[in-house]
Structure formats: C-alpha cells, structure tokens
Design a protein. Structure first.
Length: 272
C-alpha cells in the first residue's frame, strides 16, 4: 500500500535535514552515515512512487470494469452508483481479509454459485501462485509442488449458501426451512464480510432473513434485485435494482452486473 502524504512529507523532511548536515560533517565519520541514510530514504520514496502509480492503475482498471458494463448495457446507467458502491465494498472486504458470501433461490441460486466460481479462481486473469508460497510447497511436497504451483490459482475468498445438502435439509427438518441461509450466515459470517443477496423480486423471505442476520453481525449487505427493489431495498446497505420487472429479464441483467463486480475485484488485486 502506498505511503500516506504525511509519511512522505516526514521522510522528505528527514532527507532535507540530513542534506543540510553534509557540509557541516564533511570531514566527519557521520558524513558517510548521512549519505547512506539519505540514499535509503530516497529509495523508499522512489519505491513508493512506483507503488502509488501501480495502485492508481489498478483503481482505474477497477473503475473501467464498471464503465465497460454501462457502455455494453446502457440501461444499467441508473445502477452505476450502486454497482460502484458494491465494487468498493467487495474490494474493501478483501483488503481486510474478509470474504464474499452469496445466496439466492432458483435461477438466483445458480447465479450465487456462478459468482463464487468467478471469484475463487482466475476469471479474466491467470492469478499464479506467489513465488513465496511456491517455495513453501516445494519444501513440504517436493514430489507434487510443480503440479500444484502450475495449476493452482490465487482465490478471492467466496462461499455460496446454496451449496450442499446435509446442513440445509437437516436445519429445514429440525428448525425452519426459511432460515437456512440465515443459519449459515450466523455460522460462517464475520464482521467485515460482504453478503451478496440475490432476489429478482427483492421479497424472498429466506434472503431477507439472511440479510437481517448479516447486518446484526456487522456484515456489509448488497442486494441484487429487480426495478422495485422490494423489501430488500429498505434493509440492505447497498441495493442494485436493475431496471426491469420481468423475472427472466432481471436475471439477464444480473449476470453482467455480477460479472463486472468480479472483474473489478480481480483487477484490484491481480494487475498482471
């Protein structure tokens, strides 16, 4: 992460102060020490300048994913602010070690799974295993390290609540079927995560319960709905209400929206 303006100013002030000392200490052993320190501090500033340019490029690429979405689907211009807010929320959760949790019913359940598939592996980018991690694999498993390193891709942590059979059916049988998503959020959700809750009507009871539970845990909630937003609009932190009322057409707009969110997150963390 790039240095703050205050940190850069502090380092620059240190360099200036040491430069002023050079003529005074020109015949002193401190002279070489001062020169060495100035070079070290300057290298920090130079490296930070490169890092800052890289981060800015990453941010532009992230923003570009949303611009591309709107240019391809002009009707989604009304969702630009909410999509941008959702992208920022997802990026922030990953920067802080969090994860994205998804849920939905029927076609939206398929979308919830689809999103996880794009985040947990390379989407548009290869996401190679970092060299440091590859070295650890080589230490632990010399026989398999090359195969693992060649094929594994860095993930962006994501979990779908629609996967699995045993827990949902057990909870539905023993407790309440409409709380299956909420129970899972209660179990795996952590403050700082993002719950991406998909409901074309915005009124799916099990999705609403999951959003309410998530908010109680300090999880950022993003609702992906149809035009009205339904009940979720008043509950979720961010609502992306695509401009249509017909279920299948809402779903047709949901796909490019969540693809853009996945592209934006990937661009932020994997610039190459």
């Amino acid at each position: 992460m790039a240095l703050t303006t205050e940190a850069r100013s502090h380092i620059t002030a240190q360099i200036d102060a040491l430069k002023k000392r050079l003529p005074i200490d020109s015949n002193d052993l401190d002279y070489e020490t001062h020169l060495k320190t100035i070079r070290q501090l300057q290298r920090i500033l130079d490296s930070d300048a490169v890092r800052a340019r890289t981060e800015e490029k990453m941010k532009q690429e992230t923003k570009g994913a949303i611009d591309t979405l709107i240019s391809r689907y002009p009707a989604l211009e009304v969702c630009r602010d909410s999509v941008t807010a959702a992208a920022k929320a997802i990026v922030n959760t990953y920067k802080n070690g969090g994860k994205v949790i998804t849920c939905g019913n029927g076609g939206s359940a398929a979308d919830a799974e689809h999103i996880v598939g794009e985040l947990m592996k390379g989407f548009l980018k290869k996401r190679p295993v970092p060299q440091e991690f590859a070295a650890k694999l080589a230490e632990i498993s010399p026989a398999h390290a090359e195969y693992l390193t060649k094929n594994l891709q860095q993930p962006l942590a994501a979990v779908s609540l629609v996967a699995g059979v045993a827990l949902p059916t057990a909870f539905a049988n023993d407790q309440a079927g409409d709380l299956v998503f909420a129970q899972q959020v209660y179990g795996i959700g952590r403050t700082g995560d993002v719950l991406l809750a998909i409901s074309t009507s915005g009124n799916s009871a099990n999705v609403i319960y999951a959003v309410e539970l998530a908010k109680a845990l300090g999880i950022t909630t993003v609702a992906l709905t149809g035009k009205s937003g339904g009940k979720l609009k008043a509950i979720a932190d961010i609502t992306i209400a695509v401009p249509d009322d017909e279920t299948y057409r809402i779903q047709e707009l949901h796909l490019p929206v969540y693809h853009a969110l996945c592209i934006a997150a990937e661009a932020e963390f994997f610039p190459q």
